[in-house]
Design a protein around this ligand. Structure first.
Ligand code: ADP
Length: 447
């Protein structure tokens, strides 16, 4: 027996003793019936005392959880205290349980994949917002309904019923066209099931891109390789029969093709370095000096066939990687030359913007580009005119390189073009990519 129990027993004995004492005292003072009445009154008082506390207890038990404990005396005080402690423990456990469930729900909601909890009959108990979006379901409306009545693809019903869950099911849900899902059921707790849904659309897209890329590279290498092989075979077969001039011509043509392959491999390596390479620490790159270097190469490419005009404030200084910026801007100026017929002009200009950034534009009055091609120009190997690009030594990777370099410098490329009139490629640098400059001035047009 613990302390509280023995205290209650002690109080019960004391009460019984008090009633007996009352009866005996009344009996000895005023006769036995007075003693009986006194004892009865004592018992009545005791019963009333207990009834009042019982009523308070009942009222408290029926009151909402958390209602303060009513006042009590004697053994009842202990009873109330024990009950109160129990109620508080239960409410703490409930709160703890609620918090745990909420934590699990939040974790389920934060998962990058769809999750649906199914009961033993395959009815939905819970699902996270990703599963709702992927499968076109709603937790409020669909809770309690069998999932096969809602996701109505026959292969899904067959997968659920077959019970062989070691392999995922690839599904394109009718309620969410365009989405590709890998579904997998994980049984748990004996009868329940967890349905996991992963969107593999992105993976499929990447796989298609990879396949296209390998196909494109092979195709790009195949033509020059075939030509080089052809010349070598011709020279080998007719060794000694060709004049020195013919042999020299064949070798020069083979060399041209080999150089084409070299350019392609160089561009591929540049792209790969841009995609996977670490960012080099920023350096201050004076724009005018950078373009001076670039224009030496561009003018050599033009071989005097184009007019050039440059409008650049001498003070503009970019923050970034010099070699990458050289490659990106050099691609734009060389494209301007390659896609502008002889006699055309190329103009390069800088314009600061009010937000502290600025834009470098490379414009030409060349062949221009039809509007439908503009959004795809920075894709690898995308060309408007494959023949023209190859003929002018293009690899189809120039603008992809430009885009990667600009992304690494938080800059964006804007393209405006009109077929037959010319194109403008504008590179917009944010303020954080400009080093503070004090001087102002413009280099005049150079022919
Ligand atoms: P390429 O090596 O073929 O020039 P790019 O990636 O540099 O590859 O350019 C992709 C395509 O964009 C080119 O094939 C060409 O059709 C078009 N293009 C790029 N710059 C210009 C320009 N200045 N004028 C017209 N067309 C251009």
């Amino acid at each position: 027996m613990n302390d509280a129990q023995s205290a209650v027993w002690t109080e019960a004995l004391l009460a019984a003793g008090a009633v007996a004492a009352l009866g005996l005292a009344g009996g000895s003072l005023a006769g036995w019936w007075v003693g009986m009445v006194a004892a009865a009154a004592g018992l009545l008082g005791l019963s009333l005392f207990h009834l009042v506390h019982l009523a308070r207890l009942l009222r408290w038990l029926q009151a909402p959880a958390g209602t303060p404990l009513p006042g009590a005396m004697g053994a009842w005080e202990r009873v109330f205290a024990v009950l109160h402690r129990r109620a508080r423990q239960a409410s703490d456990e409930r709160r703890h349980l609620k918090a745990t469930v909420a934590r699990f729900r939040r974790a389920g909601q934060a998962l990058p994949d769809g999750v649906v909890v199914l009961d033993r009959d395959g009815a939905i108990e819970w699902l996270n917002p990703i599963a709702a979006a992927q499968l076109g379901l709603s937790l409020q409306q669909d809770r309690g309904y069998p999932i096969i009545n809602l996701v109505r693809e026959p292969e899904f019903a067959a997968y659920l019923q077959a019970g062989r869950y070691s392999e995922p099911l690839l599904l394109r849900p009718g309620r969410n066209p365009g989405c590709s899902l890998a579904l997998q059921v994980v049984p748990y707790g004996g009868t329940q099931k967890l349905l996991l849904a992963r969107d593999i659309g992105q993976l499929e897209k990447l796989e298609t891109l990879r396949r296209d890329f390998v196909g494109n590279v092979s195709h790009e290498l195949k033509t020059p390789l075939t030509v080089v092989n052809g010349f070598i075979e011709t020279l080998l077969d007719g060794y000694g029969e060709f004049s020195a001039a013919d042999a020299n011509r064949y070798l020069r043509l083979a060399h041209e093709q080999a150089q084409r392959m070299q350019t392609l491999v160089d561009d591929l390596l540049t792209l790969s370095a841009l995609e996977t390479g670490p960012l080099a620490p920023d350096e201050k790159v004076p724009l005018a000096a950078l373009l001076e270097d670039i224009l030496v190469e561009t003018r050599a490419l033009s071989a005097g066939a184009h007019r050039f005009s440059v409008q650049l404030p001498a003070s503009v200084c970019l923050l970034g990687n010099r070699a990458e910026l050289h490659s990106a801007l050099g691609n734009l100026t060389s494209n301007a030359v390659r896609y502008t017929p002889s006699g055309g002009s190329v103009s390069i200009a800088w314009r600061s913007d009010p937000a502290g950034g600025g834009a470098l534009s490379v414009c030409d009055d060349g062949i221009g580009i039809e509007a439908q091609h503009l959004p795809r120009l920075t894709e690898r190997f995308y060309r408007v005119d494959r023949g023209r690009s190859r003929q002018s030594g293009g690899t189809g990777l120039g603008l992809a390189i430009v885009k990667h370099v600009l992304t690494r410098h938080q800059a964006v490329l804007e393209i405006e073009s009109q077929p037959g009139k010319g194109s403008c490629f504008r590179v917009r640098f944010p303020a954080r990519r400009l080093a503070a400059s004090s001087e102002r001035g413009a280099a005049g047009p150079s022919a």
